[in-house]
Design a binder for this molecule. Structure first.
Ligand code: NAD
Length: 484
């Protein structure tokens, strides 16, 4: 039996957050969870105080001290000027793995897929979620998608370790590497390399579009799915809704030293304050937290009582169905029903089986990343993005050829990634930003790219961005233009 009290940080969040957090903590307390709770303020009220991160500076002290965060959903203000608090917390605390179990509870919760039991392991720190965006010209807005070798290796190793520890048999990886050959290609490549170290776990790879379609039609095909950040965010909401309701799923955000636990859903403003929200998503996150802090026995007690409540047909409005529900419960009534069943086990649904001896995973063996850092890196050219609203491609090409000077050759010009020079034959719309690809005669010395940019400017062409082109062990680390 657990005797240690664990300090945790709690935030009640926005919208339905306070209602579901209150219900969740009431259940944890009744079940005997040993927690020393520190409460912090985050979200809308903090944004309104003019703090663009949505979290008070003092709150970080609590998070650094407890290293365990139970967080209710918050409302992210739309538009510019503020950053998503969720993303900030995940990145600041190094929470690289987002684990989202999506399970059906048929026949008690309506679903088209009664056997669905999929765990989505989503990369949580990189990809498009750096939120690094720029408006470069009148026409063009850019968002940078950054995938790193250590970032990919971390999440993929975590997914395989998760499968091994939790007795899962198969992992599927979803990417779009038929188009994004370098960024998603890296994710896929690391996946194949790491998979070799786990021969007992079956593995496959799907292009994200057909993989998503298959998940929607035959989720029984999948066990654990590992995927890059944005895809995982979207796919897990789809998967949860397929399983029954987005209100049912919890998630853990795991890092090497800190962890955060939450519901998958958001703050659901339309139903806030009505006392009808389903607390199950946050409660599921809280159970994952209990396992993480060594209180798995209590997590099993709570989950069994919760399963029994679902079996007994006591359902919040989002999953209530008169054909098989017995009672439409408010948030508080649902929590009380779970508390009344503490000590009971479900009669039909599989009983809770959180492992009581689970050890924290420490993924220090980033061998793929170490090898990648040893590759020979040579600059062989530059892509220079220029503002050119006149759409006179031949004139621009002449100026950029002049700017190339002796050390470089203008190889191509592209517009939105499509080759438009030489051999122009395109019906495509051209926007006011072009990219000149300058290849060097040999390896480019430090400073030569700066001189190239000066020559571009001297031709009266405004550059908006330069991307140096590197070879790694002789292989290009840059994509070709469409039609090149
Ligand atoms: P949402 O998940 O908040 O809600 C969508 C709809 O799903 C709700 O209107 C409601 O009908 C239903 N729903 C969600 N949770 C429910 C529950 N527990 N019980 C019953 N029904 C539930 O998605 P949204 O409307 O896109 O987002 C609202 C806000 O939440 C936005 O500001 C968004 O940025 C934020 N958000 C926060 C988090 C987080 O804090 N982790 C996650 C997602 C979205």
């Amino acid at each position: 039996m657990t005797t240690t009290t664990t300090p945790i940080t709690v935030a009640y969040g926005d919208g339905i957050g306070p209602e579901i957090m209150k219900a969740t903590l009431k259940i944890l307390e009744a079940a005997g969870a040993k927690l020393a709770i520190e409460t912090i303020n985050i979200g809308e009220k903090v944004y309104e105080q003019g703090i663009p991160g949505g979290i008070e500076p003092s709150a970080w002290q609590s998070l650094r001290h407890t290293k365990v965060f139970l967080k209710a959903p918050i409302t992210t203000p739309q538009g510019g000027g503020v950053k998503s608090l969720n993303v900030t917390v995940r990145k600041t605390l190094g929470l690289y793995a987002n684990v989202r179990p999506c399970v059906a509870y048929a026949p008690y919760v309506k679903t088209k897929h009664p056997k669905m039991d999929v765990v989505i392991v989503r990369e949580n720190e990189e990809g498009l979620y750096g939120g690094i965006e720029h408006r470069q010209t009148h026409d063009v807005f850019q968002c940078l998608k950054l995938n790193s070798v250590p970032g990919c290796e971390h999440i993929i190793r975590y997914a395989f370790e998760y499968a091994r520890t939790n007795n899962r048999k198969k992992i599927s990886c979803f990417t779009k590497d038929n188009i994004l050959k370098l960024t998603d290609g890296l994710f896929h490549q690391v996946y194949e390399a790491v998979a070799k170290e786990y021969p007992e776990i079956e593995h496959d790879h799907w292009i994200i579009d057909i993989g998503t379609a298959k998940l929607a039609s035959e989720p029984e095909m999948f066990d654990v799915i590992v995927l890059p950040n944005l895809y995982g965010d979207i796919l897990s909401d789809v998967a949860l809704e397929l399983a029954g309701s987005v209100g049912m799923g919890g998630s853990s955000n795991i890092g090497d030293s800190c962890a955060m636990f939450e519901a998958i859903h958001g703050s659901a403003p339309p139903i806030a304050g009505q006392g009808i929200a389903n607390p199950s998503g946050l409660l599921s996150g809280a159970m994952m937290m209990l396992v993480h802090i060594g209180q798995a026995e209590i997590a099993n007690t709570i989950r069994n009582a919760w399963l029994k409540t679902i079996e007994d047909g006591i359902h919040t409005a989002d999953i209530y169905d008169p054909s098989h529900s017995q009672e439409k419960a408010s948030t508080d009534a649902f929590a009380d029903a779970v508390i009344a069943r503490l000590g009971q086990v479900p009669s039909q649904l599989p009983a809770s089986a959180f492992q009581t001896d689970q050890k924290p995973m420490h993924l220090n063996n980033l061998s793929f990343s170490a090898a990648a850092r040893k590759s020979k890196r040579e600059c062989v050219g530059a892509d220079v993005f220029v503002y050119h609203p006149e759409h006179d491609i031949a004139t621009l090409a002449t100026k950029l050829q002049e700017a190339a000077g002796e050390g470089f050759t203008l190889k191509t010009m592209t517009n939105r990634g499509l080759k438009v020079w030489p051999e122009v034959f395109t019906e495509a719309l051209c926007v006011d930003q072009y990219c000149g690809r300058f290849m060097a005669d040999g390896v480019v010395a430090q400073g030569e790219i700066a001189k190239l940019l000066q020559r571009v400017a001297a031709e009266g062409v405004e550059f908006v961005k330069v991307e140096k082109l590197y070879n790694f062990d002789g292989l290009p680390g840059y994509s070709a233009g469409q039609g090149e």
